[in-house]
Ligand binder design. Sequence first.
Ligand code: C2E
Ligand code: MG
Ligand code: MG
Length: 765
Amino acid sequence: MQNKNLILWIEAFFAVLSIWVLFMVDSFPENSMFVLRLYVLLLIVITIVLVLAVRYYQSQHSAIDIDRICEMVRQVETPAFIWSDDLSTLYTNEAMDELLGIGDTDDPGDSAVLLSNFFHLIGVSPRQAAEQLGEDLYESAIENPETHARRTISWTTSLLKKSPHASLYFTIGFETTELEDAKYKLMKKAEDLTQSQRRYQLSMKLSGIGILLCESTKPVYYASDEAQQFLGIDTDHITFADFRKKLHPDDRFLFDEYLENIRNTKPNTLSSRPRFLQLRISAGADKHYIWYSYHYHENLLNQSGKPIIGGALIDITTEKNKDAMIEKLAFMDEITEIANRNKLMHDGEETYRLCQTMGTYCWVIVIDLDRFHIINDSYGYENGDKILKNVAHILCKYTASGGFAARVSADNFVLVLHDYTVAGDDEMPVRTLEHIRSDLSEMAEGDFASMNLTCSAGFARIPSDGHSFHEVLEHAEFALAMGRGELSYIMGYDANMHEEILHQGEMEKQLFYAIEQHHLQLYYQPKVDLKTKKIMGAEALIRWIKPDGTMISPNVFIPIAEKTGMISDISQFVLREAVAQTALWQGMGLSPIVMSINFASGDFYQANVCEVVQSVLVKNGLKPQYLELELTERLALGDINYTVQQMNALRDMGILLAMDDFGTGYSSLSYIQLLPLTLLKLDRSFIIEIETDKVAQEICSAVIKIAKSMDIETIAEGVEYEGQAQILKDMGCDYIQGYLYGKPMTARAFQKRLEINTYGRELTP
Ligand code: C2E
Ligand code: MG
Ligand code: MG
């Protein structure tokens, strides 16, 4: 930096010297001219040598403009310095001084110390720095001795001037503290992330939690390693459809509902509440299901703003097993080991809710075993339990494709069946019940060979037949009760039934009152022997006569009495009254007649029917051959074996047995062979047409012949015309009953007829 000044100084010195010589020329003596000349020559030579020396020096030192570079270095804001490799020169800028915490110095001694310290700090020797020129960066972390702030700087060195003695270098540092900090933080973050990922994976493994994630708009789950294990898959994706296939059929409904919910999930409808779903999942084809709880959240958003639904899949088999134990105690029927009423109500309400959400249907079928108490009495309670177990087993067969079965009381079961059809399979309950009845009939083998187990049912549909499961169930029970009244073994619920029942309810109340108040009265209709034209018997027919004199037909109130059970009171009254009346007339010396009374099928299944009849006969002193019980073909709907058994017992007592309304019902002539009948009553519908319709004639004629061949007498009902009576007589019919010989009449009126019958005239006034 001082080279340029040095030359100027030299040149100035010689210029002053030359001027001084010029001023001094006149003062030199003559003889000293030679010395002067010599002196001038010497001066010129010295000047030339000096100028040459300076020029040489300049050629060596002025290849670079050190001052300019120093100036530039000064202006550089990052730390920079110029140094010579003999450590004699050091120029540092302000930033560098600040970095080192020193003041500016020109002291070569200081420079040497500083430079070697400095190179020590940045981890390279000056020689190495001089060798790694250009792009090579070396980095150092430097601590400010005063502030102790650490700074990271990348250094690079460039050669300014090459010299064999002391080459000059320029070293500049770029501050990378922030970059390093960022790098450090990033690394730390990455480390933390790896760490937390490892921790997460470990915890997932240890806790056995699987993760399932999906975008509400895509029908695919992302499955974590554990979730893949649970599902028995080896990819991290599974479609909803494949996932659904792995679910227990009973849980698919729940899953469908969940899908419906997530499909409707919009960013603005997100719920922060975690939700729960309990599902049975099979990992393989062996159909071994494991219970999982899926806790899911729906408020996670991905970058595109679409809701992500994700959650944890946790194996809850152990908890479920415990629950199952508790549930078993609280919700299981002890005998059949299927659901009890509590469970039915609980699961039923859940099913109702699902059907409502999903817009699907379920059928609730209430099943009642016919005359189970008789089976229990006949086979013993232990066997009764066995039968109930078998029934439960049969019912469960029909729940396999979705639904459940429950035992709600002694012989009452409920089936809840999923109807997967879109339009609703209206035939499903009847079809299923047919199958069940057929399965029940197959139970009659081995110890139960003679058992004829049948059932009746009422059904209603979820959700259309009630506002809750409770109501639908009530309606199905209601339909069952209605069906029983109609003697139909299955009946579906119909909202109009309520009207009927209201009316019926009113009737029931009135009927109950009528029985209490003795408003029921027996009328008697004569039965006439076709050969003698004499009254040989009577049919006791009940009438309900209201206090205002209105007479209500038994066709109206008997079915209600049958449904409500009041029929047994009525039957008891009829039996007592008719037997007493017959005995009274016999006691009066009137020709003995056979008194027929109508027996409802319900009466007939009373276990003590024989004893009851016997005691009434004994009490009134009437011989059994004067009592005839009329049964209808509807009996054939019930337990035929039991019917035969009861009828045989009655017959053995000497009581007569008639089959009423023959030809209208469900039975065929084959029943005549099974039942110990004494009389067949040809239904009025044949008689009406007997004069005009050949088919009716042929049927009547055939029935009369068959009956005769089996020693069974025949009577024709509803004979109104002489012509009808004549045809029947020609056919060999034994008796007739009808308006031709008298409508049903009061006891008093009938007594007069009996007096004429006996004495040829009326005795009573
Ligand atoms: P059912 O046992 O077949 O009785 C015969 C019915 O036919 C009686 O009707 C009788 O009045 C009617 N009838 C008889 N002859 C003629 C005729 O020539 N022309 C017409 N049009 N009808 C005739 P009722 O008395 O109204 O009884 C109807 C049904 O009610 C009976 O049919 C029977 O099933 C039932 N019933 C009547 N009384 C009793 C009873 O005390 N207990 C039970 N369980 N049922 C009864
Ligand atoms: Mg009758
Ligand atoms: Mg009849």
